[in-house]
Design a protein around this ligand. Structure first.
Ligand code: HEM
Length: 151
């Protein structure tokens, strides 16, 4: 995977809005994710506060800010989740909406979405058979789109 991860460049990071901007986007974004009837189900067992701070640290490290992220790498973390292309694109739209609502610069929007897109092929799966447990007692996360439920 060829990741568009920047080297540390604190003045550039501040120009992009710094940590405060990342926190603003993360809050707007996860408010939408948790409220969403489909994607929200994947986050039932995860604290919003924790995932927001993990995302802020991850993006800070990826965008040339302080290298503060010490969490797991995205591909292994999502191995147990059935993420279809459609679900990935829904997440992407919620992210774009959040970046615009936060008044992020065009440069930040371009960089952030490029980083996200770089993970698409590693996260998206064709069927649940492509999922793998991350540890012995792990469970698969797979939810149908509730909007498409019949009966
Ligand atoms: C539809 C797509 C996605 C879904 C449903 C999803 C879902 C989740 C969930 C449920 C967790 C919590 C995992 C846990 O604590 O066990 C998580 C963690 C995380 N996700 Fe995603 N994710 C998606 C896409 C992405 C993308 C594109 C990125 C981009 C880089 C990303 C970055 C992360 C990071 C950094 C964490 C924290 C890792 C850690 O616990 O150390 N996710 N995601």
């Amino acid at each position: 995977m060829n990741l568009p991860i920047s080297n540390v460049n604190l003045s550039k990071f501040e120009e992009l809005g710094g940590k405060q901007m990342l926190q603003k986007v993360a809050k707007l974004f996860y408010d939408k994710v948790y409220e969403h009837k489909w994607i929200g189900q994947y986050f039932q067992a995860v604290s919003q506060e924790i995932i927001e701070s993990q995302q802020v640290d991850f993006m800070s490290s990826a965008l040339g800010g302080p290298k503060v992220y010490c969490g797991r790498l995205p591909v292994p973390v999502h191995k147990n989740m059935f993420i279809s292309e459609e679900l990935f694109e829904i997440r992407h739209s919620l992210l774009l909406e959040s970046l615009h609502e936060a008044n992020a610069s065009e440069e930040l929007i371009a960089k952030w979405t490029k980083i996200d897109e770089a993970f698409k092929s590693g996260l998206v799966k064709k069927n649940i058979g492509e999922c793998e447990k991350r540890y012995f007692t792990d469970e698969y996360l797979s939810f149908p789109d509730p909007a498409k439920k019949v009966g």
